[in-house]
Design a protein around this ligand. Structure first.
Ligand code: HEM
Length: 370
């Protein structure tokens, strides 16, 4: 597609697909032309995600991002490190070298949910319930039948309601008795006297579940899978993690990008790679394709853990660049280091059939038996 049809109109989905690196970057960066406010129907507009940071444009986006940014400072990040190490250790400890391990269930799925629950200050007694809600928020339909879609929508609306009530209670507690967690910071943060409303904090908390859990799970599972596919690269990073661990995580993000595409709505007519796209069009920027663009990445289809430079677009680009990227990177470095220490060699289980997640948006495996 990058060579023959870099911009194509998909009749079935009624959207424009953009495949080349430079075009994908343009769509993500040019916020005045490509809007993130893209809800198509009134029902969806009511969902907390449609009103959250990821779905709004400046000036509202600028104000809200500076407020929520206060919970993701480098200082906060440093203080989270020991807590993430503890969670990773607790999950890695029961895993036995030499036996079959389904790593999605045992490690890569629970890790980000437990981390975000801990960082939000959710009491540990509530963490099982929290995980269940988090599953519903990101659940996809089993099939495309109207009954299934309706059932899913109802369950999700009910979950949003339960999460709403739950977070409202936590916010009240944190206002009276602030602790070292994201929700306490959000209730206290202000810029020029502007504060986040309780509704905005709740919407942001729900966004964190959607934006940060499945993505991080897939980064971890995809990178472990790539290590098995390229054992020489695994040996290299394992033998010198101080030198190669960070670049290996970046290559994991590029090579099998957890988020394959992001959508935008055009606010005016625009031309990309010679193709005219009218105002009011849906545009899908395919980061998964951009990250394999041969004109930008030498040997783009090879996993090379020491690739430098590596200007991948896996976390997006421009004003919506992933707010949680430092956290996702830190989680990946901690878990992969723990994994390498415990499993110097590992391979795909012989009984294993690879089942990709059915989505055009997220890229990963439903399970991974090692
Ligand atoms: C935004 C990817 C982990 C929170 C984004 C965007 C991408 C992305 C591509 C840009 C969306 C756009 O341009 O419309 C990823 C990947 C992750 C990851 C690949 C893991 C490997 C996380 C984590 C958190 C998080 C752990 C927080 C706990 C957010 C938020 C935004 C965002 C709040 C919206 C930022 C804004 O609109 O200004 N992420 N993400 N993400 N991500 Fe992540």
């Amino acid at each position: 597609m990058r060579e023959n049809e870099p911009i194509r109109f998909d009749e079935y989905r009624q959207v424009w697909d953009v495949f080349r690196y430079e075009d994908v970057k343009t769509v993500l960066e040019k916020k005045d032309i490509f809007s993130s406010n893209r809800s198509r129907n009134a029902e969806r507009e009511k969902s907390p995600i449609e009103q959250s940071l990821i779905s709004i444009d400046p000036p509202k986006h600028t104000a809200m991002r500076s407020l929520v940014n206060q919970a993701f400072t480098p200082k906060a990040m440093k203080s989270w490190e020991p807590r993430i190490v503890r969670i990773a250790d607790d999950l890695l400890r029961p895993l036995q070298p030499g036996s079959e391990i389904e790593v999605v269930e045992a490690l890569t799925y629970p890790l980000p949910v437990l981390v975000i629950a801990e960082l939000m200050g959710v009491p540990s007694d509530d963490q099982a319930k929290f995980k269940e809600w988090s599953d519903w928020v990101v659940a996809g339909p089993k099939d495309n039948s109207p009954e299934e879609l309706q059932k899913l929508a109802q369950n999700q609306m009910r979950t949003y309601q339960e999460l709403h009530n739950y977070f409202a209670g936590i916010i009240e507690k944190k206002k009276l008795d602030p602790a070292d967690d994201i929700i306490s910071v959000l209730t206290a943060s202000s810029i020029d006297g502007e504060k986040l409303t309780d509704e905005e904090i709740i919407g942001f908390c729900i966004l964190l579940l959607v934006a940060g859990n499945e993505t991080t799970t897939n980064l971890l599972s995809n990178t472990l899978y790539s290590f098995m596919e390229y054992p020489d690269q695994y040996r290299k990073v394992k033998n010198d993690p101080d030198r190669f661990l960070k670049t290996a995580v970046e290559e994991g993000l590029r090579f099998r990008s957890p988020v394959q595409s992001m959508s935008r709505l055009t606010k005016e007519d625009v031309v990309l790679s010679g193709q005219h796209i009218p105002k009011g069009s849906f545009v899908f920027a395919w980061m998964g394709s951009a990250n394999r663009d041969e004109t930008i990445f030498k040997d783009a289809h090879t996993f090379m853990i020491d690739r430098k430079p590596n200007p991948h677009l896996a976390f997006g680009k421009g004003i919506h660049f992933c707010l949680g990227s430092p956290l996702a990177r830190m989680e990946a470095e901690i878990v992969l280091k723990g994994w390498m220490d415990k499993f110097p060699d590992f391979r795909l289980s012989s009984s294993h059939e690879l089942n990709p997640i059915e989505s055009t948006f997220v890229y990963g495996l439903k399970e991974l038996k090692i």
